[in-house]
Design a protein around this ligand. Structure first.
Ligand SMILES: Cc1ncc(COP(=O)(O)O)c(C=O)c1O
Length: 396
């Protein structure tokens, strides 16, 4: 295998065992391979490492502006414009300490107790968790890999009440791996605007897109849709910076933007993103493009490999992701009573591989009978994990 940032020997296993938490290496018993939380096993790109070292060596760590370093806001605006044609200037960009906290700030700014928010089911637990933490009610709208915009709209129509205020989307979709088409998004967003709903579009996965798919930002669809949309973006998935807790919001409605910043309390220094995290994000956006392209090539090969290996799991339904580095196969044939948790326990004990079970706690309703597998690791680790799991799933 050629030497690259993503070769087998690029995974720093000893460091991961000390530093990678959130269901990963540092939290697993010795010998268990975690294909769990969506966090890459590879070191961050050299440009990020170099810029962090340079900034630390310079030795000045003063306060930064409440909405983020000018260089951060400019780099995000340039990235959004150059990669996905969002008509973005630095002004609507607000640096947040992670995508997760960005969503929480939007929820606090935009929702009142009892307000209702339409959220796909299944989807990453953070959407429901965030809406509920703001005192609002998450109304789940079932989706699967092939739900058309018309079907989704019909389900939303049925769920609509006078208290419905917002629609929260996740594109690309974690865990389904769907990359929504322009047509799909336009129909759904037009419907939302016609019903006076604001949109939160969680696009943290939007840089991880595979061949023959293209990410379309909701905020690029029309100026009216952009005005009613907050885009959530981050650096944990694309540039492996999860531990730096950095992300951002893009909100082009000046009044709404002001409310969001006020809800964060950044102006009082109660909230803010570490300057080092912003420096890392700027380095990634300005100098990490070729590293990211190589990462996506690696991930696409990993995706294809996982799909091939899952074909040997009896009766399992595989939906190859169009984006993200998670796959969400239906393992009903292997998990009696749809009990994905018991199936994952068995894999952890008998194969020494940890997966995320399709439980309401992780993905909400609609995830039963599924498991989520993260494949942002080396080919050798992925192969070892499947070599261990295959005899277990075939021994029934
Ligand atoms: C859909 C989605 N949104 C948000 C996040 C959180 O990202 P961050 O690490 O920036 O908080 C994740 C992480 O798994 C995610 O999958």
């Amino acid at each position: 295998m050629s030497q690259s940032f993503f070769s087998d020997d690029a995974v720093p296993l000893e460091l991961l065992r000390q530093r990678a938490f959130n269901l990963r290496w540092a939290q697993q018993p010795e010998g268990v391979i975690p294909l769990t939380a969506a966090d890459p096993d590879f070191p961050v790109c050299p440009a990020v490492q170099e810029q962090l070292i340079r900034y630390v060596k310079d030795g000045v760590m003063s306060y930064v502006p409440p909405q983020g370093l000018p260089a951060f806001r400019e780099a995000v605006a340039h990235w959004m414009h150059s990669t996905r044609q969002i008509d973005c200037t630095p002004d609507p960009v607000f640096a947040t300490d992670s995508a997760a906290s960005g969503m929480a700030v939007v929820a606090r700014a935009s929702l009142r107790p009892g307000d209702q928010v339409l959220i796909p089911a299944p989807v990453d637990f953070l959407l429901q968790h965030t809406v509920e933490s703001a005192g609002a009610v998450a109304v789940r709208v079932p989706v699967n890999r092939s739900t058309s915009a018309d079907e989704f709209i019909a389900l939303m129509e049925a769920a609509l009440t006078p208290r419905t205020r917002m629609l929260w989307l996740c594109n690309p979709h974690n865990p389904l791996g769907v990359v929504y088409s322009r047509d799909w998004l336009l129909k759904v967003a037009d419907w939302a605007i016609a019903h006076r709903l604001r949109i939160v579009s969680d696009e943290i996965w939007s840089d991880i897109i595979y061949a023959r798919n293209r990410h379309v930002a909701v905020a690029s669809l029309s100026s009216e849709i952009a005005r009613n949309t907050v885009t959530v973006y981050g650096f944990s998935k694309n540039f492996a910076l999860a531990g730096l807790r950095v992300g951002c919001l893009i909100c082009t409605d000046p009044e709404w933007h002001k409310q969001i910043v006020a809800a964060s309390d950044a102006e009082s220094t109660v909230y803010g993103v570490s300057v080092l995290s912003q420096v890392a994000a700027v380095a990634a956006l300005n100098h990490g493009r070729s590293w990211l392209a190589e990462f996506i090539n690696h991930l696409q090969a990993q995706r294809d490999y996982v799909v091939e290996r899952l074909k040997h799991w009896p009766g399992v339904q595989i939906n190859p992701p169009q984006g993200t580095y998670v796959i969400f196969p239906c393992v009903r044939t292997l998990a009696p009573n749809d009990d994905a948790a018991a199936f994952c326990d068995r894999l952890r004990h008998e194969a020494r591989v940890a997966l995320v079970p399709g439980l309401p706690r992780w993905f909400g309703p609609g995830s039963e009978g599924h498991v989520r597998i993260c494949f942002a690791t080396s080919h050798a680790i992925l192969k070892e994990a499947f070599d261990r799991m295959e005899p277990v799933v075939n021994r029934r």
